[in-house]
Write a protein that binds this ligand. Structure first.
Ligand SMILES: [Zn+2]
Length: 74
């Protein structure tokens, strides 16, 4: 998981968010859990209290099932 500086969507202050874009369940069996749990790509602003998902495209790779999916946020 990568700590990334982003601008808060509400107050535009720079905040730190956990951003993870590649979920490779072949290499990391916990990746699917993290993706489904909503703990990643989630921002919480200490200045204004904003909380929400980040609009980050996500790549999901499962070598055993030969799955390669890309999610784009709506
Ligand atoms: Zn904010």
């Amino acid at each position: 998981m990568t700590q990334t500086q982003i601008a808060c969507p509400r107050c535009k202050q720079m905040i730190t968010a956990n951003v993870e874009q590649l979920f490779d369940v072949t290499a990391d069996s916990q990746a699917k859990q993290r993706l489904l749990s909503g703990q990643v790509n989630h921002a919480r602003c200490p200045y204004c209290g904003y909380q929400g998902r980040l609009a980050t495209p996500v790549v999901y790779h499962d070598n055993e099932k030969e799955l390669l999916l890309t999610f784009f946020p709506p």
